[in-house]
Design a protein around this ligand. Structure first.
Ligand code: HDD
Length: 721
């Protein structure tokens, strides 16, 4: 993680409210008005000073409000129109500013300017999102997460509009409206919100075998990330890199989180939706404010043009990955998010991404999903942001100069001087004029085209199950358990038997045992897989790929991990040495007590309580520490919230540590869980019954937090938390 200090961007910051260098013609006066902080005097939109903002204009103190009240009418009118249409998908999101730096020049593969010079910091704005829910839905629902990055490069904006899952549900964009209609709330009663667990979605999926691979990812823990900064991102499609001499290679983009990939478990996700529906947004906001800047490394998988057909799947098929075992990911740079938006609406809500925003050196392929997206994104901004001038909204402006003859339209900001708004012209000296390709002007990659016009899916897109099966085989035992449970939840909510049956039948083509477990859990008999289905192992015959399992992620850091310290009056001061040690590793300490306010430690010093027990839950934290102190621990043992806190932390496999008689609370929680000898034990439960806090205790606790979760504890299934 980087520290808050430096970060002078090589280029001007385009996304603050300062005027962008791109807008040479923009009126200085308008820019300074835009840039104003809230002023001292309250005014109307026309600048009239307001003397009374408490009372509307009436005829007499008890008389009717007068239509004449222009101040009232202006204020209410503006309020009435505050909301703009939410995004048709990805409505709920959170954004942040930052920068990207390449590690070494990529000129061998691409001429893209921002991928050449390791000294250059390219400003970025990133928006993370859920896909299905409305703007007000909860963060922790089961869903793919959007991971959209706008690079403000010197050659124009490049938008990498990806997800945290490397494949998609469908192969052709013409199916997108059907997919979205199926997964959104059902149209007759608008139920359910932000959830795929209903008939129409599974009806569609069960009739759309190309979705099998994506479904496996969405039902895995990837779809309930612990944090935006602990999830991967993917460009999904195969793109092209083009170098200076015009040579093209295929490229897949990856974002690898520096903190590793970590997820919630379903029970946490469900509880968080109530305890803290803004869990991911808050986490992003707070980590940036603390200066623990989230980071991802940019990786690329490069396939030479001549190798296009060496795989037994099609690179143009967005339901397929290129397994990392077949083409390793080269790490080429780093993205750092270091500034929160000043205003959610102006920046996060109004940012407009588009996979068609590319720069010289990057180009499209014929992926039919990507091709359809190229139409959709500009089009949607017209109704969402209300005008073809959405590129003039500060967050969307390129830092590269934007000069053309597009004019007018709703909400036009730029005041272009002169009489010329056409090309070619002589009256304007010929400007702005085209730039020849050998001087940097964009030309599309001259890919040869052939064939007749037809509505057809290529035969090379026909295998829908090999990679779904590869994903399943690559999962650890506990990940497989979580996937099965997810199917049982999702399909358990389906009301039409035939839909469930078709889904189980689809699963037989992925893995017979998976289908059997799901069928059994749903109280059905698993059908036999179609003949030959089980012999299919294609994708160049890999048995598994370790990069597909989050069990293999790094587990050596506790940066940004939130540690709940359960305390009450007379907590032992010496125990609290643990807090300092964890803070030194950049973990976040929060004191939680039965009530808000302050408590006193054993030496009569005050400790400010961060949260009261009834307002939080262990689901909001990564680990629990219970310091010693007879009176403190007795108060916690008598508090049902504290007991539940520890019980849930144990159930969810979190690190739990206790000093001295702090262990009494662990025993109390175990008893409440019906554990016979009143002991929670197993990996990740660390106690120090006597003696002072020592290095080995701290080291064990830190190691346990970094592990993220212990799935092998005894008796977990039996504990109801
Ligand atoms: Fe999309 C938004 C990602 C397929 C049409 N999409 C949107 C966002 C992300 C993605 C991250 C939110 C951007 C933001 O934060 O503002 N979409 C994807 C990925 C896809 C994909 C990774 C498959 C690989 N999308 C896709 C298709 C279509 C769309 C096939 C239509 C044919 N997507 C849209 C949209 C949205 C959008 C309707 C809604 C809001 C917006 O564009 O600006 O145009």
């Amino acid at each position: 993680m980087t520290t808050p200090k430096d970060d002078k961007l090589a280029t001007a910051n385009p996304t603050g409210l300062q005027p962008s260098p791109a807008d040479a013609n923009r009126s200085e006066q308008a820019a300074s008005v835009l840039a104003q902080q809230p002023g001292e005097v309250l005014t109307t939109n026309q600048g009239l000073h307001i003397s009374d903002n408490q009372n509307s204009l009436r005829g007499g103190s008890r008389g009717p409000t007068l239509l004449e009240d222009h101040i009232l009418r202006e204020k209410i009118m503006h309020f009435d129109h505050e909301r703009i249409p939410e995004r048709v998908v990805h409505a709920r999101g959170a954004g942040a500013h930052g920068y990207f730096q390449v590690y070494k020049s990529m000129n061998h593969y691409t001429k893209a300017g921002f991928l050449q010079d390791p000294e250059v910091k390219t400003p970025v704005f990133v928006r993370f999102s859920t896909v299905v829910g409305s703007r007000g839905s909860a963060d922790t629902v089961r869903d793919a997460r959007g991971f959209a990055v706008k690079f403000y490069t010197e050659e124009g904006n490049f938008d990498l509009v990806g997800n945290n899952i490397p494949v998609f549900f469908i192969q052709d964009a013409i199916k997108f409206p059907d997919l979205v209609h199926a997964i959104k709330p059902e149209p007759h009663h608008e139920i359910p919100q932000a959830s795929a667990a209903h008939d129409t979605f599974w009806d569609f999926i069960s009739l759309t075998p190309e979705s099998a691979h994506m479904i496996m990812w969405v039902l895995s823990d990837r779809a309930i990330p612990r944090s935006f900064s602990m999830m991967e991102g993917f460009g999904v499609h195969t793109f092209r890199f083009i170098n200076e001499s015009g040579k093209s290679s295929f490229v897949k983009f990856h974002w690898k989180p520096v903190l590793g990939i970590h997820s919630l478990v379903w029970d946490e996700a469900v509880k968080l939706a109530g305890k803290d529906p803004d869990f991911h947004r808050r986490d992003l906001w707070e980590t940036i404010n603390r200066g623990q800047y989230p980071e991802w490394e940019l990786g690329v998988q490069i396939v030479h043009e001549e190798d296009e057909h060496k795989f037994d799947f099609d690179l143009l098929d967005a339901t397929k990955i290129i397994p990392e075992l077949l083409v390793p990911v080269q790490i080429i740079g780093k993205l750092t998010l270091n500034r929160n938006p000043d205003n959610f609406f102006a920046e996060t809500e109004q940012v407009a991404f588009h996979p068609g925003h590319i720069v010289p050196g990057i180009d499209f392929t014929n992926d039919p999903l990507l091709q359809g997206r190229l139409f959709s994104y500009t089009d949607t901004q017209l109704s969402r942001l209300g005008s073809p001038n959405f590129h003039e909204i500060p967050i969307n402006r390129p830092i590269a100069a934007a000069n053309n003859n597009q004019r007018d339209g709703h909400m036009r900001q730029t005041i272009v001087k002169g009489r010329v708004s056409y090309e070619p012209n002589s009256l304007g000296g010929g400007y702005p004029m085209q730039q020849p390709s050998d001087q940097g002007g964009f030309v599309s990659y001259p890919q040869p085209m052939e064939g007749e016009k037809m509505r057809v899916r290529s035969e090379s897109f026909a295998d829908h199950f090999s990679q779904a099966a590869l994903f399943w085989r690559s999962q650890s035992a506990w990940e497989k358990d979580h996937i099965v449970s997810a199917f049982l939840f999702e399909l358990g909510k389906v009301e039409v038997d035939a839909v469930r049956e078709r889904m189980v039948s689809m699963l037989t083509q992925i893995d017979k045992f998976l289908a059997y477990r799901v069928a059994e859990g749903l109280g059905m008999a698993a059908p036999k897989p179609p003949s030959g289905a089980e012999n299919v192992k294609r994708t160049n015959e890999l048995e598994m790929d370790p990069s597909l399992s989050i069990a293999n992620t790094r587990k050596d850091s506790i940066i940004g991990r939130k540690i709940a310290v359960l305390v009450a009056n007379n907590v032992d001061k010496a125990s609290l040495a643990v807090c300092k040690a964890l803070e030194a590793e950049d973990a976040v300490i929060r004191f939680i007590a039965p009530r808000l306010g302050e408590i006193k430690n054993s030496e009569e010093e005050f400790i400010k309580v961060n949260y009261s027990l009834p307002t939080v839950g262990s689901v909001m934290f990564d680990a629990v520490f219970i310091p010693g102190g007879q009176q403190s621990v007795e108060a916690l043992c008598a508090d049902a919230h504290a007991v539940l806190f520890v019980k849930e932390a144990y159930k969810h496999g979190k690190a739990i540590a206790a000093h001295h008689n702090g262990a009494m609370l662990i025993a109390q929680a175990a008893r409440s869980a019906g554990i016979e000898h009143g002991e929670f034990h197993g990996p990740g439960v660390i106690t120090l019954p006597s003696g002072v806090i020592n290095d080995s205790f701290i080291k064990n606790f830190i190691g346990a937090i970094a592990m993220h979760r212990f799935t092998e504890r005894p008796g977990l299934d039996a504990i109801v938390a």
